[in-house]
Write a new protein. Structure first.
Length: 113
């Protein structure tokens, strides 16, 4: 959330080393998310609908946001004229995701339904 705009700004230098760093650094942070995502989504749904809820929410989000990301990025750049516009879009999406995560109740120490 915090590093998105600076990392996009580094991409404008177009050196090979900068591009490698911008690929590796967010990838390392992504492992923090991907390592806990399965547990988080599992705890969000009762046992009766756990597989369906997990699969539907995960795959729908990936299709809607991941599938349209190149189109949205191109649209934002052409509309605003700023190469950083997709970074602001990603940061805003991260804020929304953070708020949604904070609204989800903690289930540690309690049996899942």
């Amino acid at each position: 959330m915090v590093g998105t705009v600076p990392l996009f700004a580094v991409l404008d230098t177009a050196t090979f080393a900068a591009i490698v760093v911008v690929q590796i650094l967010p990838g390392a942070f992504l492992t923090l998310n991907d390592g806990t995502l399965a547990c988080y989504l599992t705890e969000c749904f009762p046992t009766r609908v756990r597989y369906t809820g997990f699969a539907f929410s995960f795959n729908t989000a990936n299709a809607l946001f991941g599938g349209t990301a190149p189109f949205i990025a191109t649209l934002l750049i052409s509309t605003t004229g700023s190469k950083l516009a997709p970074a602001y879009y990603l940061a805003a999406a991260a804020v929304v995701a953070l708020l949604a995560m904070l609204a989800c109740p903690e289930t540690a120490g309690r049996p899942l339904a």
